[in-house]
Design a binder for this molecule. Sequence first.
Ligand code: C2E
Ligand code: CA
Ligand code: CA
Ligand code: CA
Length: 276
Amino acid sequence: AKGHGRNHVCFYAPQMHEKILERVTLDTSFRLALQREEFVLYYQPQWDGERNMVGVEALVRWIHPTKGMISPGVFIPFAEESKLILPLGRWVMKNAMVQLAKWQENPSLSHLVMSINVSVLQFTTVDFVSEVEEALRQTGVNPAQVQLELTESMLVRDQLDIIQKMQALKTLGVLISLDDFGTGYSSLSYLQQLPIDQLKIDQSFTRAIEESDKQASLAASIIGLGQNLGMEVIAEGVETQAQFEWLKNHGCNLYQGFLLGRPQPSNEFVRTEEID
Ligand code: C2E
Ligand code: CA
Ligand code: CA
Ligand code: CA
């Protein structure tokens, strides 16, 4: 057993070293990636019940020079932990609005609402509202077509600060969506005080619809909640026709998912338009 113990040390020490090295490498390459603008935005369409495209969600990808495309599920947690989400978040905000400004000049795309993900750390910085204001001013987009996606999990912090920030954002004229809804624990009375325009049903609930009636009733109650609070309800992760129809029959307003369209680069939207 003792020998084993020693083997353990010998075995783990280099591995730990590797872990640290990996982190340092990631940190360096991430900083470089920001400088070299190795990030791109993909856009996933959002649809109404008649299958009209009404908006898109901007989703960031890292095009690594040797590793290829890296999905945000891999680097966003790291970016949050290292605070590098702050410069990345500013880049995303600015570039999504630059894209929206271009679309606003194209008659067939000018109606689209651009949804932009905001991380907890980004939202908690004191400069957040003025950064949004600055990006709106620089790009000249219609604020009513910019929607910020905040997650339900970020609502647990300083409630007064959150309410004030949201109200300041509403004064700028942007829309607020509550992402991953149903996975957090916000109370009804609290939700009622917040100027939220849209509830986004987390994809775990969409997936559960076909599993059992009991599971489906969860999605139904989120839709009901949104309706009662006067908010628009969008379902994410819609992958099957059955889910789409069920949601439609239960009063959901908007839909996003692989069934209706995957995240794609901006030029794909123009190409579709040109073919039509
Ligand atoms: P999210 O905000 O919940 O975004 C939805 C994710 O679900 C996206 O993954 C999207 O590609 C994926 N998705 C869309 N439709 C379907 C479907 O029908 N089935 C399934 N299985 N998945 C679907 P993606 O692009 O990999 O992004 C993952 C997460 O990374 C996002 O989750 C979001 O939390 C974060 N993220 C992405 N872009 C940004 C960003 O610019 N800023 C911040 N702070 N976070 C971002
Ligand atoms: Ca989102
Ligand atoms: Ca989501
Ligand atoms: Ca999600």
